[in-house]
Structure formats: C-alpha cells, structure tokens
Ligand binder design. Structure first.
Ligand SMILES: NC(=O)c1ccc[n+]([C@@H]2O[C@H](COP(=O)([O-])OP(=O)(O)OC[C@H]3O[C@@H](n4cnc5c(N)ncnc54)[C@H](OP(=O)(O)O)[C@@H]3O)[C@@H](O)[C@H]2O)c1
Length: 287
C-alpha cells in the first residue's frame, strides 16, 4: 500500500515511517527538518504544492500528521496556526478528493473542553477552549466532509522523540525540579502504539471518528512523576501545581481523557501508562 505521511519529520510521522515501512511504501513531507528517503520538502499551506504532491505520488492513503502542534504557539500566532492546521488540511483534503486517496486526519483530545470526569466518547460534541483546539476542530470538519475519511483523536502522545512531552521533561530534569499540573488529566498515548493503530485503520478502511488513546486516565502530575521514576529520577523533583500557576498563555482544558471503547470493539487495545513507560525505556533514542 502506498501511503503519504505529512509531517514525517515530527514525532508521529517518525513512528509511522519506522513501523509502517515493513507493510507499506511510505512517502513523507517535512518543512524545516530534512528527512532522508522518499520525502519531499513542502509547505502544505501552498495549495498548488499540496496538489502536485498527491498527484505525483498517487497514494492509497494520506495520514495527515503535519500541524502546528504547540498550544502556546497557536495562541500567540493565530494566523500561522490557522494556515497550518486549517488551510493546509483543506488543501490536502481537496487533493485527496481529486486523486481518490483516503484521508486520515490526526486530531486531538484538545477539541474537548475538559469537563469533570473527562472520558469523552466519539459522540461527544467538541467545544475547544483554546486556539489550537479550535483549529484542530476546523480541521476535523474539513476531513469529515470527505465520505471515506477517518479522524483519529489521540491524547498526550509520548515517546523519546526529541521535543515531545516526555523528552522535554527528561531534559528539564537534568537541571532541576519541574512543576506540573495536577488539574490537567489525559489518557497518555504511546506514539508507537498509536502508529500501529493508524496503520491498521488504513488497512481496514476505517472511516468516521475514532479515539486512539492510552488505557490509563491520569493527571499530568502523576504521569510525569511515573516518567521521572522510570528514568531513575527522584519523583519529588516533580512539583504539584495548578494549571493557572504554571503561567500558560492559552487556556487549558481540565480533563480531556478519551474513552476508547470503540477502538477496543475493533480489537485495538492500548497499553496502561505503567506498561507504556516500561516500553519507553527500551526506545533507542538518545535523551
Ligand atoms: N504531541 C501531542 O501530544 C499530540 C496530542 C494529540 C494530538 N496531536 C496531533 O498529532 C499530530 C502529530 O503530532 P506530533 O507530535 O507528531 O507533531 P510534531 O512533532 O510537532 O510535528 C509536526 C509536523 O508538522 C510539520 N509542519 C508544520 N508546519 C507545516 C507546514 N506548513 N507544511 C508542512 N508541514 C508542516 C513539521 O515539519 P518540520 O518539523 O519539518 O518543520 C512536523 O513534521 C498533530 O496533528 C497534532 O496536532 C499531538
């Protein structure tokens, strides 16, 4: 199967390429971080570039991972966030429609407002509280306007890929304690397992919306303590704080944990945080 992965230079793109290369012919796009292989440097917000890319590759499926994925950046750079998360998604979606490619759009738990108790299902109505969430919700709407597309919602994707949450925390711990929110809950999703589930969805032609997220609902604070402990740090180096004390610019949703019953019904089960952290130790990236 020919698959085009946008954002192959990012965390999820890396894992899709790593795991998918055995079963798929993978092509990718990057913007600022060059990646060797069948990959193209393309700004997907340029409509002609997006179209000629899909026309040239003629993939069976496009996994659209490319995004402005940093919540603070999106709040402070709204035009840029819209350009990457909405305009580029529209370009890719239209190109998929024109060249009959299946679109898998990677969305986020941040399309939800973070109600008490979380555990959102695919039937819950998105109500994002920050600009990142708003742009991703707009991206979902574009993707869902294509009949066979799939919207995948993960929650706090982690791996040892440079720059992501787990990697950044482990870097910060080298120079001291870190304050982490006790009132932000998620279902942390290991990137390799997420990549496997996405590849499976492409093979099985899943359509609609699906939550692919870890099996444990947990606060960022508790998750980060476990992460620190896994890598031999004193968990007391993780200091409890309320989200408002951390000084974020963008409003943060409280509990955006995701219910994954629909995925489980399809035989797709995700590991607990403890098991995923054991696996994280075995990843061969440098931290
Ligand atoms: N990280 C999380 O915790 C999390 C949680 C839930 C959902 N998600 C969603 O999951 C997806 C993958 O996240 P990730 O962690 O892999 O993100 P990431 O590591 O930040 O990667 C983002 C990718 O987008 C590319 N990109 C940015 N602007 C572009 C443009 N204008 N044209 C083309 N490519 C562009 C980047 O290219 P260069 O690096 O080469 O510039 C990079 O490959 C995103 O859609 C994100 O919204 C992430």
């Amino acid at each position: 199967m020919k698959m085009l992965v946008t954002g192959i230079s990012g965390q999820l793109g890396y894992w899709l390429a790593e795991i998918g290369e055995e079963s798929c012919e993978i092509f990718g796009t990057y913007l600022t971080r060059h990646v060797e292989g069948n990959n193209f440097r393309i700004d997907l917000s340029e409509r002609d570039s997006a179209f000629s890319l899909v026309e040239r590759i003629r993939p069976y499926c496009v996994v659209h991972c490319a995004a402005a994925s940093r919540v603070e950046f999106c709040e402070q750079n709204k035009n840029e966030a819209w350009r990457v998360n909405v305009t580029a998604t529209k370009n890719i979606a239209d190109a998929c429609a024109k060249y009959s490619a299946k679109l898998i759009f990677i969305s986020t738990d941040y399309v939800f407002g973070g109600r008490e108790g979380g555990m959102y299902t695919e039937d819950d109505i998105p109500n994002p509280v920050n600009y990142y969430g708003k742009t991703k919700m707009a991206g979902e709407e574009i993707a869902l306007s294509l009949p066979a597309s799939l919207v995948v919602r993960p929650s706090l994707i982690f791996s040892l890929f440079p720059g992501n949450y787990a990697y950044s925390i482990l870097q910060k711990l080298k120079s001291g304690a870190v304050s982490v929110a006790t009132d932000m809950l998620a279902t942390p999703t290991p990137a390799p397992e997420l990549a496997r589930a996405i590849l499976h969805s492409a093979e099985k032609d899943l359509a609609g919306i699906i939550h692919f997220a870890g099996a444990t609902r947990i606060s960022r604070y508790e998750f980060t303590k476990k992460l620190a402990e896994t890598f031999g740090y004193d968990p007391a180096m993780i200091r409890p704080a309320k989200a408002f004390e951390i000084g974020f610019t963008a409003p943060r949703p409280g509990d955006t944990s995701l219910d994954t019953s629909k995925a489980a019904g399809l035989g797709l089960r995700f590991p607990s945080v403890d098991n995923a952290l054991d696996d994280l130790k075995k990843q061969r990236m440098q931290i």
